[in-house]
Ligand binder design. Sequence first.
Ligand code: CDT
Length: 313
Amino acid sequence: MSRIITVGAAQMGAIQRADNRPAVVKRMVELMREAASHRCDLIVYPELTLTTFFPRWWMENQDDVDAFFEREMPSNETAPLFNEAAKLGIGFSFGYAELTPEGRHFNTALLVDKTGRQVGKYRKIHLPGHAEHEPWRAFQHLEKRYFEVGDRSWGVWNALGGNMGMMICNDRRWPESYRMMGLQSVEMILLGYNTPRHNPPAPDHDRLSEFHNQLVMQAGAYQNGTWVVGVAKCGVEEGCEMIGASSIVAPTGEIIGQALTQGDELIVARCDLDLTRSYKASIFNFEMHRQPEHYGRIVQQRGAVPPEGRSEG
Ligand code: CDT
């Protein structure tokens, strides 16, 4: 048996502060047309696709912050994307900064099916970075200041012929994100990211940025028997370099398609959702092999010391 979803991972190059939403949406529409020419069922865009990655700046005026947020979806500015998708009969997923009618701020991803129905919404749970101004950094990473932690867990939606889930950027480094969806029989995880190469508190990690990106997506895919579509916003944005390497990862854990550039680039793969079956039915048959009743006991009976208490000598 095979259940094929042809997916396009729409990596986006840098979006500068002066680039307005219509210009960004135009780039998204161009990638969407290219995806349609490859008969894609679904196109996936990055985290916070519509603007530059604004958490890199300390802003004191809330109006300046809110200018990066969307109060409605679709809006006049994003309508061309929704209209083009309906015309082409293609599903899509993208990330944006969401300002709710109640005034709440979330880092959000949306899934729209081929009929234009908004089937799923996810609000980022693992917000990295910091909440206060840290002037010693070349770039801030103020997600903890500008967003609330997502108010709902990871959902899985039956759409486009399969069980679809979403996570956002830093979520991909945490096994819990994949497993919460794995436990709901997810077959394809859509994931956008903005990852600066330089991590100021741990610069020794910088040379491993792409490796860690691949490591977590490949492990998450394999350990949950799911496809993972990881899509970057990358290139040099306002002087800050962000990694690319957008990847489509099979349930085998293998990367079957990867971007080569640091700019707008579409990678396309025919993904058989039935490839998830042998993993879900054998080595990762959760029903048969998981032992959650034995996971709850966190003990230090073997003398483990928390890192801050460890003697370096
Ligand atoms: N956008 C996002 O979540 N980026 C983080 C950067 C971590 S370093 C503060 C990531 O995990 O890629």
